[in-house]
Ligand binder design. Structure first.
Ligand code: BV8
Length: 241
């Protein structure tokens, strides 16, 4: 069966997305060169507890800048096509490494955020979520006075256990697994496409560039997500995104 026939027959579709899914919404990927004030830093060197401890204001300001980009960004036709697919297929699980919340804004309902969400703020000590905070860099927790931080998973921090366990569990029943817009480099999330393939899912990579998963995927669509996903929706279910 080809991909379109498999999507039509699928009982459980699992979709795994990375920063490339948001690139066409104007949210730079981790591999994209940083611009302006941030050009001198590598994301991997800012997205760590060590960087926040050493330079709290720099890290807070970097996230504030990224939150601004995310708030200005809008989901594109690829995000919307995924939300539409969820209505067409008996069960769909969307696992994202992205922290921008664009899948929720596009209407996807079953979303697992493996690396947190940049628009959520919490205390770096007591963990208390916080929505209103003074314009300090970084602001103090209203409860305990420690620095507030973005509710994302930094390099060297563990992923939320339930989210990670759920992500591996859904690979067990996936008929089709789409790996979209990820360099498949960041662990342990990058194990998921391989796990899905090992457990029998028909695996598809959608990415203009090759990745470490390309050789293992059953099918590779070397194209951007914004183009590929609406086409898959149309060919499988006769509906534009
Ligand atoms: C952890 C939130 C346990 C923050 C992010 C083995 C096992 C476990 C850990 C490790 C391991 N090996 C190494 C590690 C450590 C580390 C790691 O993986 N390092 C890498 C760099 C080698 N992992 C961790 O630290 C993880 N923690 O394992 O805890 C532990 C505990 C204590 C001590 C040790 C271990 C935590 C990882 C989470 C980090 N946080 N995000 C923030 O956003 O600021 S990860 C970050 O990278 C983003 O979430 C991003 O989504 C993610 C992955 O990158 P991609 O999504 O793939 O994006 P990228 O830019 O890389 O690529 C974009 C792709 O899109 C490209 O392929 C491009 O071609 C494609 N593309 C571009 N345009 C399009 C497109 N595709 C389609 N359409 C387009 N238009």
């Amino acid at each position: 069966m080809n991909l379109i026939e498999r999507l039509k027959a699928a009982k459980h579709l699992v979709v795994f997305t990375g920063a490339g899914m948001s690139a066409e919404s104007g949210v730079p990927t981790f591999r994209d060169a940083q611009t302006g004030l941030w050009a001198q830093f590598r994301p991997e060197d800012l997205a760590t507890p060590q960087a926040f401890a050493a330079h709290p204001s720099r890290v807070w300001d970097w996230y504030a800048w990224r939150r601004g980009l995310v708030q200005k960004a809008a989901p594109h036709e690829g995000h919307i096509a995924l939300a539409e697919l969820e209505m067409k297929i008996p069960k769909m699980t969307l696992i994202t490494q992205n922290v921008d919340g664009l899948h929720h804004r596009a209407g996807s309902r079953t979303v697992i955020e493996l690396h947190g969400n940049i628009t959520r703020i919490r205390c770096s000590e007591c963990g208390e979520p916080c929505e209103e905070f003074p314009d300090h860099s970084p602001p103090p927790c209203p409860l305990c006075g420690a620095y507030l931080r973005p509710d994302v998973v930094w390099f060297g921090e563990s992923l939320p256990r339930e989210a990670l366990e759920a992500s591996f569990r859904v690979c067990e029943t996936a008929d089709v697994f789409l790996s979209i817009g990820t360099s498949t480099l960041v662990q342990p999330a990058a194990m998921l496409p391989f796990k899905a393939r090992e457990l029998g899912a028909f695996t598809v990579e959608i990415n203009p560039e090759p990745t470490p998963f390309s050789a293992s995927a059953h099918l590779v669509l070397r194209e951007p997500a914004r183009l590929a996903l609406p086409r898959l929706l149309l060919e499988a279910f006769g509906q534009p995104a």
